[in-house]
Design a protein around this ligand. Sequence first.
Ligand code: NDP
Length: 247
Amino acid sequence: MNNYQAPADLLTGKTILITGAGAGIGAQAAKTFAAHGATCILLGRTVSKLEAVYDDIVQAGHAEPAIIPLDLKGATPGHYKSMTDTIRDQFGTLDGVLHNASLLGHLGVFKDISAEEWQDVMQVNVNGATYMTQALLPLLEEAPAASVIFTTSSVGRKGRAFWGTYAVSKFATEGMMQVLADEYKNKSVRFNCINPGATRTDMRAKAFPAEDPETLKTPEQIMPLYLYLMGDESVQVNGQSLDCQPK
Ligand code: NDP
């Protein structure tokens, strides 16, 4: 599905929440979903970055997005509950969620992972997606066909030395997706993972500082799979972990 050619109106009438929508893959996904007709809810921790994405979407003539400033590090189940109430009040419906925000943390030997590092990365990458999904499920269940996409990584499928908490958090992400997909099989909400593969973003540059970014795919180039899984043509796809750049 990496050559998927989405119809221009694929997401018309859908409301989609994107986390980490201010930069990298999340920003591109928001712009791409909006260009295909979606009303996007941009969630992230840096308001100026979310506003820049908002401006790009409005200037391109797409549906006006909404901004939810939220730092997943400090967010509690109560925050996600009130966020859900706000989405219900403003939009009445939610058709999709892209769980994209993540912390890389520090790469290094496992025995040196600090309690603080573990706490922060797991809080953002795992607890945030867990509590947010729990809060949003009642709204998602009301949609005719809702799609929840989690973001995984190759280190979330096979452990790799020095990738510590980030790798463990991505294993948890894969597990959460599988549990939910099984609970919801034959129901109207589907759950899948995307592994973007090496993509030209700040996170990738932090993880591989010596790499030439020009050798990497851009976020824009990996969007076909995001569109496929968010649109109704994937309505039967549930419980899959798919690669934007299969080896
Ligand atoms: P970036 O670091 O470029 O962007 C991550 C986004 O998440 C930023 O907008 C960031 O906000 C936001 N974010 C981080 N922490 C929080 C938080 N505490 N609360 C709210 N928002 C937060 O990452 P990528 O675009 O590269 O990565 C996107 C996803 O893809 C991640 O899940 C990553 O693990 C995954 N991935 C990426 C790969 C790659 O090669 N790029 C490869 C495999 C997986 P802010 O802008 O304010 O920092």
